[in-house]
Structures are given as structure tokens and as C-alpha cells.
Write a protein that binds this ligand. Structure first.
Ligand code: PFF
Ligand code: NA
Length: 446
């Protein structure tokens, strides 16, 4: 059946591709600055709790849907129950919007590979701000990142995705450990360590919970059918329960390590932990300045971040593209070219919104207004992905139905956490995420 879809050449290949999708800018760039903005340890704690409650649960749910239906995100839901394809369609929309601005940040990373050797000046914050606010240069880097993503996706599933992830992930992990070591041994790092590790419970506010929830979805690539798409290439022998444990664990490990690499240094150098998206780009160059062979380490580090980012962007593009292939019967090449062009154009807007177009604000249902970059981030992380998560849980628990789902999971292996998982997916996930989503809109005040 559907031979031209391809399957994973090995279990390791699947795992690495899934980890490759999960581990990306979300871990290295976003997690540390969100932790910095949201009370440090308080954020880390809430994040971990949500990964345990929601991350594992939804990861397994999505993979199961894909493996059962063997189709793209939209087609899989539709195949299992007519009329439910819209869940997948929502996810495809989310992936499309995410990649539009993800690629802009991916471009920043490429710039910083170059800047590792040309220098970032004495004031790292000024360097970063003036770069991202410029009208042309960041757009060119965005084009390079998007173009590279497109080339890899055109080459097809096992050729492009698997090969890259197998080497990059272990290398990134190793270099991250080196940077963590340098960061935590800086003079004055202990204040940052304390901020990062000791949760101040009075800091656990609704804002922190909302930020952590969005980040769980974003970081684990959940709520938008990525894992449905990836699961659709799985054989029925696969132990998906184990995979759904390994992938979130590795992803969280990398995120937490990234925080260790960045937050102690933020305090050691007297930067602001609350400065937002610039945190990694401002802090790490300062850390590398304090290392022997700093430019070399810096170049290598940003190169690995780039690879991590591109293995995520590949997966983002894969959801959209496999939708085009499966539903419109487009060729892979045509699908990639059409979607790439659209996302590139939206990304130009996102990039400009940090400079020339700063004044252009889009009103949103929470009563606030956002520039294009933030708008794409907020609508996806805090609305579309959680909504996708709720719908996936409802679909599993009440539409497809637990008995049939469990039967599919058990095809590949024993299902050790069956009872626990059933309660989580049927009740805890939908109710919890719904409550948080409502409070995000401002409709519910807790
Ligand atoms: N999980 C990726 C990261 O943490 O960088 C980003 C991402 C990839 C989000 C794929 C969503 C997705 F479907
Ligand atoms: Na991630």
C-alpha cells in the first residue's frame, strides 16, 4: 500500500529524525529566554511537570494515529474518522506559520556562525539588536536557511532527514556540555545557577504556566501532526511507548542543558535574564570570548545549533509538503517550491517587524496587539498548538475510542502504562489544556 511514501530504514533512523524534529531552536534559543523571563527555577519546574503530564501522553497519541492511518496529518485523522481531518489541517497551518518565523531565527544562527570569526564587538546586545533590526541582511540569511531546508526536503525522507540527524545530535550534545562547563565555572555564575535551579514558588503565576505550556508543545513538536506524519512511516513492530518516552526525555535534557549554558553566564556578565529572544545571541558570544580558541568553539557551536534548527525546519516543512503530496497529488518538488515561497514571504514580514515595521501591530483576541514576528509566535505556541493538543486528545479518547487505540499500540509491544495513559489522554490533557487556553484568551481569570 502506498509504496512511494517510503518507510524508516531503521528504528534508530526514526528516533533520530523525531529527536531531530524535537531538538532545535526551541531548546537552545527559546527555552533559556523563557526561563529567564519567567522566574527561572519556577519555569523549569512547571515545564517538567507539564512534559510528564502532557508531553509523553500526546507524543504517543500522535504517533499511534499516524501509524494506524499511514497518511499525512490531515489524511490520517480523516482516514480514521471522516470529518476529523480538520485537526490535521489546523496542525498543518500551525507548522506553516511556525516555519515562516523559525526560518528567520535560523538565519540569525547562520549569521552568528560567520560572526564567530568576524567578531561581535564589545557590546553584544547592541550588535544583536542592530543586526536583527536591519532591513536586508537578516532577510538574506532567512532566504539561505529556507532554501537549504527546501533542498533537503526535495531530496526525500530517508535521504535527507536521517543522515543529518545521526551525526548532529550527539555532536551537539557533546559541545553543549563543554559550554555548560565554561558557563558554570565563570566568576559570579552561582547567582544564575541559583536562579535557574531553585524554584521560587511565589513566582509560579498563570503567566508562567501559560508560557511553559506553549513551550512544551513547541519544543516537543506536538499539537500539529508532526508526530502523526512521522508515525505514519513506522512499521507495526515498533515499540511506540518506548519512543514516546525517549523523545521527550532527550528533548528536555537538551533544553535544560541549554539553560545551564546560558543563565549562569547571563548573571556572571550582568546581562538581563528578561531580555527575551536575544538572550542566547547576546550571552553565548560573551562566554566564547572567555574560552581559549573561542572563535573556533563559537563557530562550531552555532554550526551545530544550525543543524539542530534545520532538522526541525525539515520536519516542519515535511508536514506541509506531505499534505500537498497526499491531498493535491503534487510532486514533492512542486509542493516544496510553492510552500517555501509563501513561507519565505511571510518570514520577510516577520524579520522586518523587528526593525522597519515595528509600528505595524496586529490586534489579537487576548486584547493585545503584536508585531508580525510575535504574532506568529503567539498564535502558534499559545493557541494553535494547544488547541491541536486538545483536539487530538478528544479524538483519541472519544472519537476513535480507547479500546481501538490501545489495540493499535499493542501491535508493536506491551503497553505498560496503559491505565495511567488512558486517564491522562482522556481527561487530564483535554481539561488542563482547555483551562490554560481559556485563561490565555483572558476569558477565564484564575
Ligand atoms: N520542536 C522544535 C524546536 O524545539 O525547535 C520546533 C518545532 C519543530 C516545533 C516542529 C513544531 C514542530 F512541528
Ligand atoms: Na525542542
Amino acid at each position: 500500500m502506498e509504496k512511494n511514501r517510503g518507510t524508516w530504514s531503521s528504528r534508530f533512523g526514526f528516533l533520530m529524525a523525531a529527536v531531530g524534529s524535537a531538538v532545535g531552536l526551541g531548546n537552545l534559543w527559546k527555552f533559556p529566554y523563557l526561563a529567564g523571563e519567567n522566574g527561572g527555577g519556577a519555569f523549569v519546574l512547571v515545564y517538567i511537570v507539564l512534559v510528564v503530564l502532557l508531553g509523553f501522553t500526546l507524543m504517543l497519541a500522535e504517533m499511534t494515529i499516524g501509524r494506524r492511518a499511514q497518511s499525512d496529518a490531515y489524511g490520517s485523522y480523516h482516514k480514521i474518522r471522516k470529518g476529523w481531518g480538520f485537526i490535521g489541517a489546523l496542525g498543518i497551518l500551525a507548522g506553516f506559520l511556525i516555519l515562516s518565523y523559525y526560518s528567520v531565527v535560523g538565519g540569525w544562527v547562520i549569521k552568528y556562525i560567520v560572526a564567530s570569526f568576524t567578531g561581535t564587538g564589545a557590546d553584544k546586545a547592541v550588535y544583536f539588536e542592530s543586526f536583527i533590526g536591519a532591513p536586508v541582511e537578516p532577510v538574506i540569511y532567512h532566504l539561505i536557511f529556507m532554501g537549504l531546508t527546501a533542498i533537503i526536503v526535495i531530496r526525500g525522507i530517508s535521504g535527507g532527514i536521517e543522515k543529518a540527524s545521526k551525526i548532529v545530535m550527539p555532536a551537539l550534545f557533546g559541545l553543549l556540555l563543554v559550554v555548560v562547563f565554561r558557563s558554570v565555572t565563570l566568576d559570579g555564575a552561582s547567582v544564575g545557577l541559583e536562579y535557574y535551579l531553585r524554584p521560587d514558588f511565589s513566582q509560579i503565576t498563570l503567566k508562567v504556566v501559560i508560557a511553559a505550556l506553549g513551550q512544551v508543545f513547541f519544543s516537543l513538536s506536538l499539537g500539529m501532526g508532526i508526530m502523526v506524519t512521522y508515525g505514519s512511516y513506522l512499521s507495526s513492530h515498533e515499540d511506540m511507548e518506548k519512543d514516546a518516552f525517549i523523545i521527550p526525555s532527550l528533548d528536555s535534557l537538551v533544553a535544560i542543558l541549554a539553560g545551564f549554558a546560558i543563565l549562569p553566564a547571563v548573571f556572571a556578565f550582568g546581562f538581563k535574564p528578561t531580555q527575551g529572544p536575544g538572550l542566547m545571541f547576546v550571552t553565548l558570544p560573551a562566554v566564547f570570548d572567555h574560552m581559549p580558541l573561542g572563535s573556533l568553539f563559537s563557530g562550531l557551536f552555532f554550526l551545530l545549533v544550525f543543524f539542530a534548527a534545520i532538522s526541525s525546519s525539515i520536519s516542519l516543512m515535511e508536514v506541509t509538503v506531505s499534505f500537498g503530496i497526499d491531498q493535491f497529488k503534487w510532486s514533492r518538488k512542486k509542493a516544496v517550491l510553492i510552500f517555501t515561497t509563501l513561507m519565505f514571504l511571510i518570514g520577510i514580514g516577520a524579520s522586518l517587524s523587528l526593525g522597519a515595521w515595528k509600528g505595524f501591530q496586529i490586534p489579537w483576541i487576548d486584547g493585545k496587539a503584536y508585531g508580525i514576528f510575535d504574532f506568529l509566535d503567539v498564535t502558534t505556541s499559545y493557541y494553535l498548538l494547544p488547541l491541536g493538543g486538545i483536539l487530538c486528545a478528544v479524538f483519541i479518547g472519544f472519537v476513535w475510542g480507547i479500546p481501538a487505540v490501545v489495540q493499535e499500540i499493542k501491535k508493536g509491544s506491551a503497553f505498560r502504562t496503559e491505565k495511567f495513559w488512558t486517564v491522562l489522554i482522556k481527561y487530564v490533557v483535554p481539561v488542563l489544556v482547555f483551562l490554560i487556553l481559556l485563561s490565555t484568551t483572558g476569558l477565564l481569570e484564575i
